[in-house]
Design a protein around this ligand. Sequence first.
Ligand SMILES: [Zn+2]
Length: 203
Amino acid sequence: MVARVFSAPVNRLITELNRLPGVGQRTAQRLAFHILRLSKEDALALADAIREVKETVGECEICFNLAVGPICKVCEDPRRDPALICVVEEPSDIIPIERTHEFSGRYHVLGGSLSPIDGVDPEDLHIAELFKRIDGGEIREVVVATNSTTTGEATALYLADTLRERAPDVAVTRLATGLPVGGDLEYADEVTLGRALRGRMRL
Ligand SMILES: [Zn+2]
């Protein structure tokens, strides 16, 4: 009903912004008014940036990371270890891993996680393409960095089981789970603390 006071183009902008994740109706209105206050140049720069990513950015043919052109920047980089592959669910998962500066290998983006209830089976993810990369024979280790959710864990188990049979020489590892840095034991939930205990390391 508030919408009635705005003109159709303003409502359209609010509706589109409201479809973004984490943007509720009020935030959408605030952003729309911010855009209306921008200079025409600045507002069109935003619209152009959206148009440009949609027109130029696709998927890497090798790892399914975002790429301009057929191959992504990581796959193109000769300094990245081609024998080490980190498997993630989405391209956005690569950013936090890159931020650690701890990983020098390459990636493989599955495009989601296994969830039979939602109808997501192995053939719906880029799993066959992962196996094909491994069958190439160059891979030494696969680091499974799927999320620590029910579906992420199920995906990790599936990959570990399948790879054990298919490529017994390839080491399959999983990201360790444990206590957050600076966290108190007192506040850790029992699942996290239990895993931290099982995954304990010699000092
Ligand atoms: Zn790539």
